[in-house]
Write a protein that binds this ligand. Sequence first.
Ligand code: HSE
Length: 408
Amino acid sequence: MIQIAVLGYGTVGSGVVEVINTNHSSINKKAGEEINIKYVLDLRDFPGDPIQEKIVHDFNIILNDPEIKIVVEVMGGVEPAYTFTKQALLAGKSVCTSNKELVARHGAELLEIARERNLNYLFEASCGGGIPIIRPLNSSLTADEIDEITGILNGTTNYILTEMEQKGSDFAEVLKKAQELGYAERNPEADVEGYDACRKIAILSSLAFGRQVDFEDIYTEGISKITATDIKYAKAMDKSIKLLAVSRKVGESFYAMVSPVLLGPSDPLYSVNGVFNAIFVHGNVLGDAMFYGSGAGKLPTASAVVSDVVDEARHLHRSVMSFWSSQKLQLTDISNSQRRFFVRVKGTPEQSLANIEEIFGTVQPVVLPELEGEFGFITEVISEAEYKAKAERLGSVISMIRLRREDD
Ligand code: HSE
């Protein structure tokens, strides 16, 4: 029997207990041994809940119990999760987690500690909820040099954008629903301002490129400025707005960014709706691959965590995870990256188009008949720096959304 401890009995922690109870016999078969939850660490008590008999309030009980071989850290946040994880690894216990903040900040160090001790530090649930993406990057796509990862990595924002698009729902109302459904972070600013997607693309990039990508270096824009009018324009252009996290190797340079992007129907990410996530990966020999599935929520996330428990149970004394160097990967500024831009401006095409084309060159106007005093246009492919300079020169810009592909 393999004894495990779960740190945190919140949404994901209670999901882990539920998954292990529901699929007990098949999980044990796959792990090769019976998995038993011996302790659940939480500050709270749960009177009347059968979990209460496993609840402990002191992490040292878990740390000092030699029977505990695997620690499941689903507390979230950097502290005390970092200290507990490090102590558990140093005490010879493997750890698995859904904690993207911790993996993004200290992943390199924790992986190194685990590797030196023939233990595992696994984090499948940190990116893409229930979608297997860490394991494929670690053990399936090993023949490739990965040069692009582009993902819809945040279920909450994808759910909000989809509801706004399909039902015309109000932003605040949909966010509340996402919180009730257990998709959103405790502080939903992390979802709507793109910070959660930013940490996830930092983890995937570090793993794919083998060096530490600091999330603070990634240009990040969220969806809080996207309005019902933007959605109307997107529909008029037969496009959809998604929050994309992008990481690319261009020549010898790397860049990464998170921002709302307009996608056309031919884009594989166009039909990824609701709480679903998808991760598009391009490898130099593989070409394209896409991973799609449930991106947030109690049970999908718990499914990924428990898959790590099974993997760790199977490899109690052998490290299976590749690691990335703590040496920082220098990202280039996004100002040279090139794309088309959809721009909303004040005025009418009759008044302003000549001036716009003098500054931007040929553009495609987009007019919504029901809107007075404004219209939109799509630029040719230009760099971020060029867009910024031209938009400043024009002066009448209301807002801008990037397009994903040159032919969109
Ligand atoms: N708040 C996150 C999301 C949870 O909405 O994707 C899963 O990491």
